[in-house]
Design a protein around this ligand. Structure first.
Ligand code: F6P
Length: 319
C-alpha cells in the first residue's frame, strides 16, 4: 500500500474537518494508507505525523477549525528545516502530500517539491478567497454565512436605535468577503481595497436619505481598506449626523459549523486531489472554475496576481 499524508497550513477554515474525514475514507477506498501531519509544516519538521484511522475522524464533520491543527511556520522557510521534513516523510515512506492552505502555504510547498521530489496536491483553503486561478476556496461559504447572520443581527439593533453600523470583515488585502456580504445583506455602503472611494461625494445623498426617513445605515468595510473602521464611524457622526458604532467581526468569521456547500466542496476537492496524485500529477493545485475542477501547476497559481472578479466589483456602483 502507498502512503499519503495531509496537513493544514495558515488560517484554518470551516470545511477542513469534513475534508480530513473524507481524506481518510477515500484514501482507504483507494488502498492508500492515510497519515495526518499535525500543526502544518511545523509537524513535518517535528515528525508529528501519525497514521489516521476512521476513529480519528468520527464526529468531526460538523466542527469548524481543524482537528489536526494548523500553523504558519517560519522554520519551513529555511532549507535546513525543509531537509528535516523531507527525511521525516521518507522515513515513513510517504511520497504524496495534500496541503489545505492559502497561497503563502503553496509557495512553501513549491520550494519543498523542487528540493524533495515529494509529490503534492494543494487544495485552496482560505476564507479570504484570494487565490488566483480558482473561483472558490474551501471555507468561504461558511465565513459568508457567519457574516450574514452577524449583519442580520446588527441590523435589528441598528434600526431600533437609529444608528450607523460599520461592520468590518476579514480578508486581508482582498475585499471579497466584504463585497459579497454587502451585496447580499442590503448594505448602504461597502468599502473594499480594490476600489478607490471618496466619502465626501456621498455626504449629500446620505443626509438626504435621513431627511427622507432613513433611520439607520449599514456599512460593510474590508479590513484591508486605507482607513480604520473607526474613521468611517467618525465620518458618519461628524458629516452625516448619525450616531455610529463599529463592529469588528474578527475571528468568529473563521469558525463555526461548516455549511452544506463547504462540506460538499471538501468532499469534491479531496476526491480530485487524491485522483490527481494517483494519476501521476506531481505538483498541482485543484482549482474550481466555471468549467468545474481543473488541475493547475503551482507556478501558475502562486505567480499570477489575484484579481477580484470585475463583474462582482461592478455591482458596487449600485450600493
Ligand atoms: O487569511 C485568513 C485570515 O483570517 C485573514 O482574513 C486575516 O487577515 C488573518 O487570517 C488573521 O490572521 P490571524 O489568525 O493570524 O490573526
Amino acid at each position: 500500500m502507498n502512503n499519503i499524508a495531509i496537513l493544514c497550513s495558515g488560517g484554518d477554515v470551516s470545511g477542513m474537518n469534513p475534508a480530513l474525514k473524507h481524506f481518510v475514507e477515500y484514501s482507504l477506498q483507494k488502498d492508500l494508507t492515510p497519515y495526518f501531519v499535525y500543526d502544518g509544516y511545523e509537524g513535518l519538521i517535528d515528525n508529528n505525523i501519525k497514521k489516521a484511522t476512521y476513529k480519528d475522524v468520527a464526529g468531526i464533520i460538523n466542527r469548524g477549525g481543524t482537528k489536526i491543527g494548523s500553523a504558519r511556520s517560519q522554520r519551513f522557510m529555511q532549507k535546513e528545516y525543509r531537509e528535516i521534513a523531507k527525511k521525516n516523510l521518507n522515513m515513513l515512506n510517504i511520497d504524496m502530500l495534500i496541503v489545505l492552505g492559502g497561497d503563502g502555504s503553496f509557495r512553501g510547498l513549491d520550494i519543498f517539491y523542487k528540493e524533495s521530489g515529494i509529490k503534492f496536491c494543494g487544495i485552496p483553503s482560505t476564507i479570504d478567497n484570494d487565490i488566483s486561478s480558482t473561483e472558490y476556496c474551501l471555507g468561504v461559504d461558511s465565513a459568508l454565512n457567519i457574516i450574514k447572520t452577524s449583519i442580520d443581527s446588527i441590523r435589528d439593533t441598528a434600526s431600533s436605535f437609529s444608528r450607523a453600523f460599520v461592520i468590518e470583515t476579514m480578508g486581508r488585502d482582498c475585499g471579497f468577503l466584504a463585497l459579497v456580504s454587502a451585496l447580499t445583506s442590503g448594505a448602504e455602503l461597502c468599502l473594499v481595497p480594490e476600489k478607490e472611494y471618496d466619502l465626501k461625494s456621498l455626504e449629500e445623498s446620505f443626509k438626504e436619505q435621513i431627511k427622507n426617513g432613513r433611520r439607520y445605515f449599514i456599512a460593510v468595510v474590508a479590513e484591508g481598506i486605507k482607513d480604520e473602521s473607526q474613521d468611517i464611524a467618525n465620518w458618519f457622526e461628524e458629516k452625516i449626523g448619525i450616531e455610529s458604532r463599529v463592529s469588528v467581526l474578527g475571528h468568529i468569521q473563521r469558525g463555526g459549523n461548516p455549511t452544506i456547500y463547504d462540506r460538499l466542496m471538501a468532499y469534491r476537492f479531496i476526491n480530485n486531489a487524491i485522483d490527481a496524485l494517483l494519476e501521476g500529477k506531481e505538483e498541482s493545485i485543484i482549482c474550481y472554475t466555471k468549467d468545474g475542477f481543473k488541475y493547475k501547476g503551482i507556478d501558475e497559481v502562486v505567480n499570477t496576481p489575484f484579481v477580484l472578479d470585475p463583474k462582482l466589483l461592478r455591482f458596487l456602483k449600485n450600493i
